[in-house]
Design a binder for this molecule. Structure first.
Ligand code: URA
Length: 245
């Protein structure tokens, strides 16, 4: 059994607020009877759920992690370049998984995919972005002043102001950077604004999840515990999550 609104989100009907509007408008039926209560408990195995008269298939809700190699663009399709979708194993290709945010073509590391529209929306919402940790190799040495500038909130060369972030120099030309937003080329531009050109970038963590044990190019499903962590960090409904796990 699960909540009707969650089932609709998981089936790709829309985000949680869109689903709420669909229900309110009377466009959803359970066994042919219009249903407006988002919290209605349903059994998708036994009941027929329809949107605008069309039965929903109810795909399995899934969130996976890829250890992205360089050379793939983060896009669902691209006419000229290989995309991260090609790295998903064939059995996962028909589940409508979408990349959560993006990594540049040259960037390696942790990239999430989900078919949970609500989770996707929350994870990429500028209001709730979860912390992401990057390892960078770069020109020059990051100093304490650079770290202070990151902590205050950097102004990029085009005038864009970033949220406060963390810069931890590791060695000459190597640093860890933690950011809670996902602007275009963000880490490369932040480092460039302090005179350090990034020559290698790897996302090592996102919302407490790490790449540990996952070889480059490999994909694995998140555990129930990892999903709960992500839900909590992104402000999701952990009560509903617990029902599903
Ligand atoms: N910041 C970047 O500059 N590139 C990425 O791929 C991710 C974060």
């Amino acid at each position: 059994m699960c909540r009707l609104d969650k089932y609709l989100c998981d089936s790709g009907a829309g985000t949680r607020s869109q689903v709420k509007a669909l229900l309110k408008a009377g466009r959803v039926t359970v066994d042919g009877v219009p249903e407006k209560d988002p919290g209605r408990k349903i059994d998708p195995e036994r009941q027929s759920i329809a949107l605008d008269g069309e039965r929903l298939g109810g795909k399995r809700r899934l969130t996976v992690m890829l250890n992205k190699p360089a050379g793939y663009v983060t896009a669902t399709e691209d006419p000229d370049q290989p995309t991260v979708m090609e790295l998903l194993p064939p059995e996962l290709r028909h589940l409508d998984l979408k990349p959560v945010g993006r990594l540049d073509k040259a960037t390696e590391g942790l990239l999430l995919f989900t078919n949970d529209g609500d989770l996707l929306h929350r994870l990429i919402s500028p209001k709730r972005e979860v912390p992401k940790v990057y390892y960078a190799r770069h020109e020059g040495r990051a100093t304490a002043e650079d770290a202070e500038a990151f902590a205050r909130g950097l102004e990029l060369r085009d005038g864009t102001v970033c949220l406060p972030a963390k810069l931890e120099p590791l060695a000459e030309g190597e640093s860890l950077i933690t950011v809670c937003e996902g602007k275009y080329h963000q880490v490369r531009r932040m480092m460039a604004s302090r005179g350090m050109t990034v020559c290698y970038l790897e996302r090592r963590q996102e919302g407490g999840l790490t790449l540990e044990g996952l070889p480059r190019g490999a994909v694995r499903e998140l555990t129930g515990q990892e999903l709960l962590t992500l839900e909590r960090l992104s402000g999701g409904d952990t009560v509903n999550m617990l029902e599903d796990i």
